[in-house]
Design a protein around this ligand. Structure first.
Ligand SMILES: [Zn+2]
Length: 190
């Protein structure tokens, strides 16, 4: 009898441990990393605006899936909201050398400056830093059983791409970004 109780207790313990592990994994995978960009009410975010030349406080953009589908093309929806990846060497902004700002295709947040773009040879637009650290957020992407830092827009949490540690000076970072996550705005037109 005592053997049965003990075994049941062990099974219950294992089950509860597995349940906690599952909860921890789920929470860990989807939660954006808190990096100080969130304000106390979490409805606004502090980002740098190139046009204004300073930091601004903007409302976070939260839309229903139906609204996102209405706003975005099917390819944009797949990449921005379903964490898809465009095929390498197909993006319209891959070889763009014009001077300007790359904004989020989901909400218009300034993400990258042409001064920080470089040719990585990867097939996706690459930047060695964002407009400001606050303008993009990272979260862990463990879907492929690899730890890759996923990049999302800090204002609307749309998927942008991934960041790697093999970039050029001065940051040695490579922000590998899908073209469809971006819209380009020439600086001369602002
Ligand atoms: Zn955005």
């Amino acid at each position: 009898m005592s053997y049965i109780v003990t075994r049941r207790q062990i099974l219950m313990l294992v089950a509860s441990q597995l349940g906690m592990l599952w909860l921890a994994t789920q929470g860990f995978t989807k939660q954006p990393v808190k990096d100080g960009t969130m304000t106390t009410d979490e409805l606004t975010v502090r980002v740098f605006s190139i046009e204004k030349g300073t930091y601004i406080e903007v409302r976070k953009v939260v839309r229903s899936e139906a609204e996102w589908r209405e706003l975005l093309t099917p390819q944009q929806y797949n990449v921005l909201r379903e964490e898809g990846t465009e095929r390498a060497f197909t993006g319209l902004l891959l070889d763009n050398k014009e001077r300007g700002i790359y904004r989020c295709a989901g909400c218009g947040n300034d993400l990258y400056h042409s001064d920080h773009k470089f040719d990585s040879g990867s097939g996706w637009p690459s930047y060695y830093q964002a407009v400001a650290p606050e303008n993009v957020a990272t979260r862990l992407d463990r879907r492929l059983f690899m730890t890759r830092n996923e990049l999302v827009c800090s204002r609307c949490e749309s998927h942008l791409g991934h960041v790697f540690d093999d970039g050029p000076q001065p940051t040695f970072k490579r922000h590998c970004i899908n073209s469809v996550s971006l819209t380009f705005h020439p600086l001369s037109g602002l």
